[in-house]
Design a protein around this ligand. Sequence first.
Ligand code: ATP
Ligand code: MG
Length: 578
Amino acid sequence: MRYSQFFLPTVKEIPSDAETISHQLMIRGGMIRKLTSGIYSYLPLGWRVVRKVEQIVREEMDRAGALEVFLPMVQPAELWQESGRWSLYGKELLRFKDRHDRDCCLGPTHEEVITDLVRSEIKTYRQLPRNLYQIQTKFRDEVRPRFGVMRCREFSMKDAYSFDVDNEGADVSYQKMFAAYQRIFSRCGLLFRAVEADTGSIGGRFSHEFMVMADTGEDGVVYCDTCSYAANLEKAEIARPEDRDPLPDNVPPCEEVHTPNVRTIEEVSAFLHVEPKDVVKTIIFNADGVPVAVLIRGDEEINEIKVRNYLGCDELELADDEMIMAATGAPRGFAGALGIKARIIADYSLIGMRGVVMGANREGYHVKNVCLGRDICALSFADLRAVRTGDVCPHCRGSLTFARGIEVGHVFKLGLKYSKAMKAVYLDNNGKEQYMVMGCYGIGVTRTVAAAIEQNHDDEGMIWPVPIAPFQVIITPVNMKEERLAQAAEKLYQELQGENLDVLLDDRDERAGVKFKDADLIGIPYRVTIGPKKLDEGQIEVKNRRTGEVAAVDLEKAAVWLVEKIKGEEDSLTPLLD
Ligand code: ATP
Ligand code: MG
């Protein structure tokens, strides 16, 4: 491609509405333009990167045995009513009526459509397993679209759906997708982690998110410094602590103390001269209409997702004043576990806690000297709190650490959720009807592009990993008016194209400084500079965008040299096949 004929409107100023680096650079580098909130047009440079990511995704999905389809974006309400999601999916689902007054929506995901297709076409176990995928535009009317194409309303997703005869088969399909995702993100040249993710109502351990590691990521990732354990912050588990010694008998009995106008943990600990960790918070939840008291140390935070999963309830919310009054006999702010009319669960960190303070279920009073296990017996312990740095790994007792990441992919074992709701069945070898066991697997293609920039940039601009770079090489003759420089550039341009490399020839009549700045901004991995001095010696200079290293290479050998470098980088990122 010749720069003079390309459509690459770069911008010097940082756009005022772009908070993140990737958003800023995608605008400045002429990759995208905003049409309206959360909706973007891709310009040629941006689209080239999207196409490269798509290509890698396609190759690996095909290799894993998935078959490409293309499903409609406009979907009828009936299917969503069948799955139950028409009422459950919130405002993110863009609904509208067609001219016949029929309810429709724009697909935010395609479980309904694919399940409908498969249930009509697949009849027997002989036609299973199947994995179908597509790369397509999704629409989610996000409440707060932000960070450019990272969290937008219209975006491109690769979504795959597997159908198996049984659980074991579904596990195999899941593992195949997991392995394919590892290859995909490795081949894209990204640093990533597969982390355990919450499976919500479906349960089990079968959900992983693929996170591109970046300090600017929206997601918290917890990982072990010793073993390979990694999980989304929402889901990260903490090892059960060792049991404590039997209770010593020297803790005096519980004693109610008057604590006027003292409510928060800080106020209680200051008033009674104890540490916040020796005050127990009692938080009452409404779990599917039933009160549950969750006990946690004053210096810890509850993780509601853990509470919900432990209870196995559908809906969990903080109890209202009425429920608190009924359970404790006191207004909000004085709840404690002694004598409470609710099921009690306590975080692991409270195992063997003694001599602690908690609410007295009486306005203006707290109780001290409480010993769990002595004074409160009907309770169970579970992992209910948010992880903190240094917590103990549930697998190897190593130490847990935090990082931030961007969710670019998600693999999920769905089980029978959709096949039951939508009656997707097959006949087994006894002629008996069975539900298909499903899995779903998404990759945010356009988000991956933004994540790659978030992870690979410097003050000058983007730094593309070779496999997804819009161009691998940019040739910059320092002065187009000097005939021999232009000729040498043209010659190399032809040679590299002959080698099937993606090359941009900066044939603009611009100052070298301007060209260099643009090349850095758009992040082309190799910049060839053709200048008079070196050319006198029959040489050109090649600058590596990432390392800044400059190599003088003979013009005659330049094409071969570049091909070797670029293929070498691609190969080093491609995992060997098993
Ligand atoms: P998030 O938690 O970030 O909202 P999600 O869990 O709802 O995402 P999935 O339903 O798992 O997303 O979708 C699969 C993939 O699609 C995600 O891993 C992500 O890469 C991408 N994706 C989801 N929502 C958006 C969005 N609003 N903009 C761009 N990409 C998105
Ligand atoms: Mg997800």
